[in-house]
Design a protein around this ligand. Structure first.
Ligand code: IPM
Ligand code: MG
Length: 367
């Protein structure tokens, strides 16, 4: 019997719909070539949802996500001026994205910082530092820490405005995310960088304690403890030393964007958000309102999110590999888009749709 997967499609804001369109072409092609059916259901999410329904994460979308086998989500958000038109609590980041993460319980965020050799020229780092490319798996805890801790804003008795924002974890939350990191390390080079700030934060002291306990179950994995500020430096000086990295939510937010910098663009960063039952897939970048609707955004992060979905939710790792290979071959053949590259002797700039055409053509050959 044909295997059917239901996928909730949250195309999002800005460049979301145009790059999602290219990602859907990839799913369609796989349907044609394999005995599988993807039942894709569109749902409103983000600023566009707010303007049409008054909610940035409508109940109907929530229900579609709950009943889906996986969720494919585009970037959300608006320019600063447009955002101001939405009440603070309904702005897409606070009103939609964080509630989605909590709703689906996707505590483990996989952010591959990856540039194969043939794309190494995208990195702004010197060729001798990039070497054969970059291949890091950054694992970010996604539903705890500073993002989800208690928040308070007020005025003191003597009239001063103040805020209080707390970084909260219990040992179970830490154990579940570091266990994911150890398991991934076992599949890769068996080197795990634990990123922390235990010289200042007591939350990191508990984090490290729990990680050391879990480490006993994975004696083959070499653990390297590294302060988060030092990690920021070493990512630039010697990215090759890292394989799997694990860290608290906020540290992961910041270092994963630095990862995008190492690759040359956040546009090259798809991601997977995994929970015990549900998973959703999204680019790590924003909705780029400045280039939205111009058909110039590169769809790599969205198509890459589909590749992660095929591999991690549907056990279709061969097809996932084919998608990566197809996308990389388009860059290797000298094509790019103007959000990533300047035109040059060896680079021909394509539109979003044309880039999608090339990926589809390459993938046809591989499937
Ligand atoms: C990310 C984004 C989000 C985050 C924003 C949009 C709330 O920066 O996914 O990294 O901070 O987690
Ligand atoms: Mg971020």
């Amino acid at each position: 019997m044909t295997q059917t997967y239901k996928i909730a499609i949250l195309a999002g804001d800005g460049i979301g719909p145009e790059i999602t369109e290219q990602a859907l072409r990839v799913l369609k092609l796989i349907e044609q070539k394999r005995d599988v059916k993807f039942d894709c259901v569109d749902a409103e999410f983000g600023a566009c949802a707010f303007f049409s329904t008054g909610k940035s994460f409508p109940e109907e979308t929530k229900a579609i996500c709950t009943s889906a086998d996986a969720v494919l989500k585009g970037p959300i958000g608006l320019s600063h001026e447009e955002s101001e038109k939405i009440p603070v609590e309904e702005r897409p980041e606070r009103g939609a994205l964080l509630p989605l993460r909590r709703h689906l319980n996707t505590y483990a965020n996989f952010r591959p910082i990856s540039l194969p050799k043939g794309m190494a020229h995208f990195s702004p780092l010197k060729a001798e530092i990039v070497g054969e490319g970059i291949d890091i798996l950054l694992i970010r805890e996604l539903i705890g820490g500073l993002y989800f801790g208690g928040k308070e804003r007020g005025v003191t008795e003597d009239g001063k405005r103040y805020v209080k924002e707390t970084l909260e974890y219990d040992e179970d939350q830490i154990r579940q995310i570091v266990t994911v990191a150890f398991k991934e390390s076992m599949k890769r080079k068996k080197v795990l960088h634990n990123i922390h700030k235990s010289n200042v934060l007591v939350s990191s002291v508990l984090w490290n304690e729990v990680l050391d306990e879990v480490a006993k179950d994975y004696p083959e994995v070499t653990v390297i403890h590294m302060l988060v500020d030092a990690a920021a430096t070493y990512l630039c000086l010697n990215p090759g030393q890292f394989d799997v990295m694990v860290m608290e939510n906020m540290f992961g937010d910041i270092l994963s964007d630095q990862g995008g910098g190492l690759l040359g663009s956040l546009g090259l960063m798809p991601s997977a958000c995994m929970g015990p039952e549900k998973a959703y897939y999204e680019p790590s970048h924003g909705s780029a309102p400045d280039i939205a609707g111009k058909n110039i955004a590169n769809p790599y992060s969205m198509i890459g999110s589909v590749a992660l979905m095929l591999d991690m939710s549907f056990n279709m790792d061969a097809e996932a590999k084919a998608v990566w290979t197809a996308m990389q071959s388009v860059f290797e053949a000298g094509y790019s888009t103007s959000d990533l590259s300047a035109a040059g002797a060896n680079i021909e700039l394509l539109s979003t749709t044309e880039f999608g055409d090339k990926v589809i053509a390459a993938l046809e050959e591989l499937l």
